[in-house]
Design a protein around this ligand. Structure first.
Ligand code: COA
Length: 189
């Protein structure tokens, strides 16, 4: 399995929207009302919203490509498009559920891998990169929110050492869902 990540710029908006909508729909459509999904997708992944997030200097997006990132592009699959991405929020870009000192933590707001590429180790590659980037920033933990019924992702985080520290309500359309809040201690990694 060969792959690499690229830190995103404003030129990547369309790619991020495509991966977001595809992954979110494939993952959550079967367990949500169509109308709620439609409303959520239109607002959460609109061009304006992603552009604003990209312009926040404390948020970083990393697109994942399969293949190798060689300079001449021979082995690169960039032309086939990205297969996933993750988003890290630092300092005041973090959501309000982390009540501790935000200069000590990083929020993993999204980690999305397109369905046809799941269960091959790419998800593990992305979370390892998220951990490496957060450690390089000298942060002591990563935290995130995950839907209580997103069982495979809960298992994925558990396998990677995340533990529950709370919960919050996530609103999708008119549906109020419970997210578990998880954190990973980086001080011994
Ligand atoms: C969360 C997510 C990024 C994890 O990615 P993933 O590809 O499933 O994760 P991994 O890379 O760890 O692979 C997981 C499984 O593949 C197996 N695997 C890993 N490498 C493998 C390989 N080379 N060959 C075969 N199987 C492999 C692992 O053993 C694991 O198996 P298990 O689940 O039966 O224990 C991905 O599932 C996803 O994007 N989901 C949809 C969006 C989502 O819900 N995101 C999280 C929101 S909070």
């Amino acid at each position: 399995m060969k792959c690499f990540i690229n830190k995103c710029t404003l030129n990547d908006i369309d790619k991020l929207i495509k991966v977001s909508i595809k992954t979110f729909s494939d993952t959550f459509s079967s367990s949500n009302e169509l109308e709620n999904m439609k409303n959520y997708l239109e607002t959460a992944f609109s061009k304006e919203k992603i552009e604003k997030e990209l312009k926040n200097q404390n948020s970083s997006f990393y697109l994942l490509y399969s293949g190798t990132d060689d300079d001449d592009g021979v082995n690169s699959n960039q032309s086939e498009g990205p297969i996933g991405y993750f988003k890290l929020n630092d300092l005041d870009a973090q959501g309000s559920d982390n009540h501790e000192d935000t200069s000590n933590s990083v929020e993993l707001e999204r980690i999305y891998l397109m369905k046809e590429h799941q269960k091959k180790g790419y998800g593990q590659f992305m979370i390892d990169k998220a951990i490496e980037i957060s450690k390089n920033k000298q942060r002591s933990y990563i935290w995130l929110g995950v839907w209580e019924k997103n069982y495979s992702s809960l298992e994925f985080y558990k396998r990677n050492g995340f533990i529950k520290f709370g919960s919050h309500t996530f609103i999708i359309g008119e549906d109020h869902q419970i997210d578990h809040l998880l954190k990973l201690d980086l001080t011994n990694k």
